[in-house]
Design a protein around this ligand. Structure first.
Ligand code: ACO
Length: 338
């Protein structure tokens, strides 16, 4: 490629890893004061997968990455940047989970780092990968969204423990000179004024590890569920309307709307506002729950493995999470068939 040839970022492959153990609603009925009926009605979640005790975020991320690399048809040696989005890293906060995943994959001497944008992490990574590729700095970027969310969930808090699951998804983003394979657009934003809507108070510089942290459960995720819900519906809807309008694309032209899988009612409200059909809206929340940064790549992997996602299909991604952060992306799937 000469310096004057424009280069675009293309989404070349997808992979995911789903841990074996299932935590069902009836399991949760035995743990907290809740019912299967309440959980299904208010969230659409039937079950979620939970990592084994000795299975870490990097293990799940590495397994998803192996699939994404193989499906992209490249060698590990061709990966020149490894990025991981997670709020449940192996270690708070050093070394990064991206470094550990690189080592597990045998990828040596390439730049690797994590980003923290909660459920928006994977779409944030798409924007980072796009910038690295379009600037000509990198050619094949491995991006991973991986979470062992069960490691920060308080299984005595019925307001949060019913929602979250574990898992990982990964993709290869490569440089192309074919504009039709390139990302169409990404919008990403944040508002720290709502930081207290979703927070894991410890460990950190505010609350370093201490007996107080353990006694008060400050190491667990805390969420203002109802406030977050209302803001999520408003923000997610506004976000997709804006990205579609900016690019002159109508909602009915989108074959795959892949929203963050937090709550069926949020997804339904956004889909209805856009007059999307059930064929267009990808739904995995029922079987995986909310897997934070892994949620969108796990959902993409689902439609890939079921044969629904075809080469060239346009995907509309939309996400919202702690920070608060939010992001949307319009991009074709440039990969080969499943
Ligand atoms: N079982 C039974 N009852 C429950 C449960 C439960 N598991 N949880 C809460 N309740 C009760 C509450 O105590 C409350 O009872 P009360 O009226 O007697 O006080 C009642 O149900 C209603 O509680 P709400 O919190 O108002 O319930 P809501 O309909 O908002 O549903 C939920 C709660 C599912 C958490 C919802 O608010 C939600 O999905 N929020 C958004 C989550 C989200 O999108 N997060 C962003 C991404 S996550 C990330 O970034 C990591």
């Amino acid at each position: 490629m000469s310096n004057s040839t424009p280069v675009y970022a293309s989404f070349c492959s997808i992979g995911a890893y789903i841990p074996e153990k299932i935590l069902s609603n009836s399991d949760l009925e035995a743990m907290v004061d809740t019912t299967d009926e309440w959980i299904v009605k208010r969230t659409g979640i039937n079950e979620r997968h939970i990592a084994a005790e000795d299975e870490y975020t990097s293990d799940m991320g590495a397994k998803a990455a192996e699939k994404a690399i193989a499906r992209a048809g490249i060698e590990k040696e061709e990966v020149d940047l490894v990025l991981c989005a997670t709020v449940t890293p192996d270690y708070f906060n050093m070394p990064s989970t991206a470094c550990i995943i690189s080592d597990k994959l045998g990828i040596k001497n390439v730049q690797a780092f994590d980003i923290s944008a909660a459920c928006s992490g994977f779409v944030y990574l798409l924007s980072v990968a796009k910038a690295f590729i379009e600037s000509g700095m990198k050619k094949n970027i491995l991006i991973i969204g991986a979470e062992k969310f069960s490691s920060i969930v308080d299984y005595t808090d019925r307001g949060t423990c019913i929602l979250f699951g574990d898992g990982a998804g990964a993709a290869i983003i490569s440089a192309t000179t074919d504009k039709t394979e390139g990302f169409v657009d990404i919008h990403a934003s944040a508002d720290g004024a709502y930081a207290d809507f979703l927070v894991t108070p410890a460990p950190g510089s505010v609350h370093p590890a201490s007996q107080k942290v353990i006694d008060e459960g400050l190491n667990f995720v805390q969420m203002k569920g109802n406030e977050t819900f209302k803001l999520a519906v408003k923000t997610l809807t506004r976000d997709v309307v804006e990205i579609l309008e900016d690019n002159g694309i109508k909602a009915e032209e989108i074959p795959h709307f892949i929203p963050h899988q937090a709550n069926y009612r949020i997804i339904k409200a956004v889909g209805d506002a856009l007059k999307m059909t059930s064929e267009q809206v990808v739904l995995t929340v029922g079987k995986y729950g909310n897997t934070s940064a892994a949620s969108i790549p796990m959902a993409i992997n689902d439609i890939y493995e079921s044969g629904r996602l075809k080469q060239g299909d346009l995907m509309l991604l939309d996400t919202f999470g702690g920070g608060l952060t939010w992001a949307s992306a319009l991009l074709p799937f440039a990969g080969k068939k499943a």
